[in-house]
Design a protein around this ligand. Structure first.
Ligand code: NAP
Length: 529
């Protein structure tokens, strides 16, 4: 079935007179068809439906929501090649990468379905009544987590499947029991439509309330701002630029009833090359670094944008080898002309800095919107004097910081902004230095990596894809992995309730089915409901 360009307002499809088109960044041409742009009426309709669906959706047994997520996963696979080809046309990402991303998206939905059945996310607790306690009796206290309400999800440009319409944020919010209104990314509306069809089909098949999902497209920022301002939206999930995330945080805070914004924005993912590792394996570190830098034309939030090393044996060898490896990186088409322009401007600004030296550029760009890799270096003192040098350039660009001694390395790390990741390349003799750095690093990042590179994020239970500002707007959360569900839940305590009035999972006889804490002791669930 050809793409229609329609908006999805619950189960209704809608067209509007204002339209826009997708753009093929490799061919530098607009793509068919025209996509309807949502306006005030569509925001109103989607939010009203989401609100009306909320109570029915949140009261469904977790097993029903799990079946819904699994059905979405199944329907996403149905268009086969067509979905991946359209994503390729809209983003210039290679077909193999997009196939991998589709698998990740499907597995992510299935992981959240399994999480729903496991039940830890409910956070059940019971403190039994102590009527004889002196000097005061204790009432019966029971806690569960409930969903916060409809969530506005902003699709990310750099993950058209895994962080877009049915991506990690959507899966986490739907698992939590929150209807979602997705603000599709204008860089891949066709991909979004394919996935929206899958969600709508899954919702109908599994009997979900109308309004559990809507997709609003539009080519400008007004749509997203109006969506966040709608009183029925109760939380926001966003991945993109620092400017975009900050604007949405401001809009959310200015509402009569402010709401949380979970924005993943900006990170340079420092990689510290500790002395023994640098001496022992400078050449292989350089090769691994260049591979990580070039992955996806550097368009990952976990791109290694900052390297730190202490002047000494191995550093010159590393710089020579890294320079050679970066010079051999072929330019790749970037996601959008805007992202390509921002990248070129960022690299240009860095090249103009007096204290910064160019180590290498990738090979000359041949086609439209191609990002040419860049590696720079700077003395630590200059970075300490001008911390803005450590800001993200989204794309394949990195800056190596040369520190005079371990003290200066620590100083630079202490000055850095919050990060998604910090990596340590180290060998046995480096352990003592690593030990000294760790307390600072824990303050800086959500994920600390030893002898690995930051690109490649496992979707699992122990993953943290988050970090202090500006990596994210709320460093207590993660947007990848099953803990991501927690962003859309809030705890409610039921005090002194008769058993029949308690919500089902907290009732005597039912609570034992789920993992829970009874008077402080952790108890496993007895069955899989
Ligand atoms: P973006 O400009 O932040 O846009 C992401 C989404 O947020 C889009 O749907 C956009 O809508 C919306 N948005 C942006 N600013 C807004 C505002 N002020 N008010 C309301 N909505 C707003 O990100 P992008 O288009 O993906 O790429 C632009 C730049 O973002 C890149 O050059 C890069 O620097 C950065 N980026 C970072 C990451 C990361 O993981 N750290 C990922 C992707 C991009 P409209 O497009 O309709 O305005």
């Amino acid at each position: 079935m050809p793409l229609s360009g329609e908006l999805f307002i619950g189960s209704e499809r809608r067209t509007t007179p204002r339209t826009f088109r997708a753009y093929d960044p490799a061919g530098a041409r607009a793509l068919e068809p025209e996509f309807s742009a949502a306006g005030v009426a569509e925001i109103e309709a989607a939010c009203a439906l989401a609100w009306s669906a909320f109570d029915a959706y949140r009261e469904l047994p977790p097993q029903r929501r799990a079946l819904f997520l699994e059905a979405i996963a199944q329907h996403i696979l149905e268009p086969g090649e067509a979905l991946v080809r359209r994503a390729h046309e809209e983003t210039a990402l290679p077909l193999a990468r997009l196939e991998g991303e589709r698998t990740r998206t499907v597995n992510q939905l299935r992981l959240f379905a399994a999480e729903l059945r496991a039940g830890d996310w409910l956070g059940l607790r019971c403190d039994t009544a102590l009527p004889q306690r002196q000097p005061l009796p204790r009432p019966d206290l029971r806690l569960r987590k409930i969903p916060c309400g409809p969530v506005a999800v902003f699709g990310a440009s750099n993950f058209p499947l895994a962080f877009s319409v049915a991506g990690g944020d959507s899966a986490a919010a739907l698992a939590a029991g929150c209807p979602i209104v997705v603000k599709g990314h204008p860089a891949h509306p066709g991909t979004s439509e394919w996935v929206a069809r899958a969600i709508v089909a899954a919702a109908a098949e599994t009997g979900m309330p109308n309004g559990v999902f809507s997709l609003l497209n539009g080519p400008d920022t007004a749509l997203g701002a109006a969506l966040v301002a709608d009183a029925r939206i109760r939380a926001v999930a966003f991945t993109g630029s620092r400017g975009g995330g900050l604007a949405l945080m401001k809009a959310a805070a200015a509402r009569p009833e402010p709401i949380p914004v979970y924005a993943e924005m900006s990170s340079v993912n420092p990689v510290v090359l500790l002395p023994a590792a640098l001496t022992a394996r400078a050449a292989s570190l350089a090769r691994e670094f260049a591979a990580s830098l070039a992955l996806g034309v550097g368009q990952f939030c976990t791109n290694p944008g900052l390297l730190l090393a202490i002047d000494g044996p191995g550093l010159k060898e590393f710089l020579d080898a890294a320079g050679g490896a970066v010079a051999a990186i072929s330019p790749g088409v970037m996601l959008t002309p805007g992202i390509h322009r921002n990248f070129d401007q960022g690299v240009g600004r860095m090249a103009d800095e007096k204290s910064v030296s160019l180590v290498a550029r990738g090979t000359e760009s041949a086609g439209a919107n191609c990002g040419r890799a860049a590696l720079f270096s700077v003395p630590a003192g200059s970075l300490l004097a001008n911390p803005r040098l450590a800001e993200e350039i989204f794309g394949p660009a990195s800056l190596l910081v040369r520190c005079a001694n371990p003290g200066e390395l620590l100083q630079v790390l202490a000055q850095l902004e919050g990060q998604l990741t910090v990596s340590l390349q180290m060998d046995e003799p480096d352990h003592a230095m690593a030990q000294k750095l760790l307390p600072v690093l824990e303050h800086k990042a959500g994920r600390l990596i030893v002898n690995g590179w930051p690109t490649g994020v496992e979707v699992s239970h122990a993953m943290v894809h988050g970090g202090p500002f500006p990596a994210t707007s709320d460093g207590r959360s993660t947007s990848v992995g099953t803990l991501a569900i927690d962003r859309f839940l809030r705890p409610v305590c039921y005090q002194g309730f008769p058993n029949g009035l308690l919500p089902e999972p907290l009732r005597d006889g039912q609570i034992r089915q789920w993992p829970h804490r009874l008077d402080g002791s952790q108890r496993p669930g007895s069955t899989t409901p």
